[in-house]
Design a protein. Structure first.
Length: 364
């Protein structure tokens, strides 16, 4: 039996695979296929390259050194950069070839759109036009907005309507040719889905969120579209542990999360974000399907002001963050968020330069 082993991987017969082998593995299985891919601690010497296979075996992907300690070494892996916001339109009908060319010229290979078109009434042909336009320019839509409905709401009528909205968004996402639908848990704060409210951190809110995601999961699975949950200190998904608990309870391969570490940075971690990012990745493992790129600062203002800023302009540990995203599935994108049109160029330059410095190849 012959196996094609990808660059940066080693092949090991199943008989070589023992319990002690997994002591330094920071992630669970990432691809449920006949041959599974696992990052591996490079210091693990008990694994040897197998000369052949019988009927069973595993393929191990060598993780960057920075994932498990030490300096990063290039391994021939790849990652993708996407953009969002800025000059992208609110309506899909206003998306133009000029915008697609601009995305490409800025050094990005795809985008995350926040179209406001009604997911219940938008004709598939309108979404297909955008899908085809992006494909003509060699671009991909990495994420589309899920409209941030209040999935945690205590009123069952409101919560059920929120599930219907997210399900409709997932179906529209499929027509856009998009990898995933992005959303958060919602909030009871009337000013916005990401703003604080005491109910957000209650057990009831978490239980309602799990119920909502379980109800919409079959739609995501049928469409083959990820629901990419995002967390934040101010909402129900307030830390990596809560995110992992919720996603584990939902137990769907298409209900996953994006890693946006800035959203979980605290006073205790803001000046040393690398270990905080390592911890998030260790807790979330294969729940992570991509990342969001922005930066963080702590301001000289009272009482406490931790703010986000454009990627590359703050104090986030990018030497830790980028290799973690690189170690995901090769289709997993890092999407730039919350910046102006003018900032997109410098951010692209920063990310490409940092990737080169770390030995990471960026897919075009």
């Amino acid at each position: 039996m012959q196996i094609c082993v990808p660059t940066g991987h080693i092949a090991v017969p199943l008989t070589e695979h023992c319990a002690s082998l997994w002591a330094n593995y920071p992630y669970p299985c990432q691809n449920a296929s006949a041959w599974d891919y696992f990052p591996r601690a490079e210091s693990q010497t008990s694994v040897r390259l197998a000369p052949g296979f019988s009927s069973t075996g595993i393929v191990l992907r060598l993780a960057p050194r920075s994932v498990v300690g030490g300096s990063h070494q290039p391994k021939g892996f790849h990652m993708r950069f996407g953009m969002s916001g800025a000059f992208l339109p609110a309506s899909m009908d206003d998306f133009t070839p000029e915008m697609a060319r601009r995305i490409r010229d800025l050094g990005y290979s795809g985008c995350f759109t926040r179209f406001t078109d009604d997911p219940f009434t938008t004709a598939p042909a309108r979404a297909n036009r955008v899908r085809d336009l992006l494909a003509e320019h060699g671009l991909r839509m990495y994420q589309a907005i899920g409209y941030r409905p209040p999935l945690i709401h205590p009123d069952e009528t409101v919560r059920t309507n929120a599930v219907r909205t997210l399900a409709a968004a997932v179906r529209l996402t499929k027509e856009l040719g998009c990898r995933g639908t992005h959303t958060g848990p919602g909030s009871l704060n009337p000013r916005g889905a990401w703003f604080p409210h005491p109910y957000n951190w209650t057990t009831q809110a978490k239980d309602q969120l799990i119920k909502s995601l379980r109800e919409v999961a079959p739609v995501a699975e049928e469409c083959g579209v990820y629901i990419g949950m995002e967390g934040h200190l101010l909402v129900t998904l307030d830390c990596a542990e809560t995110m992992a608990e919720v996603l584990g309870a939902v137990n769907s391969p298409f209900v996953r999360c994006d890693l946006d570490p800035v959203n979980w940075i605290t006073r205790e971690t803001v000046f040393d974000t690398g270990p905080a990012i390592d911890h998030m990745v260790k807790v979330l493992g294969s729940f992570i399907i991509g990342g969001h790129a922005k930066d963080v600062i702590i301001e000289d203002r009272l009482v406490l002001h931790i703010s986000e800023c454009a990627a590359g302009t703050g104090i986030l540990d990018w030497d830790t963050f980028l290799p973690h995203i690189e170690a995901l599935d090769p289709d997993a994108p890092l999407v730039v968020e919350h910046c102006t049109t003018e900032e997109l160029g410098p951010i692209s330059e920063f990310l490409h330069e940092k990737a080169t410095e770390l030995g990471i190849t960026v897919r075009k």
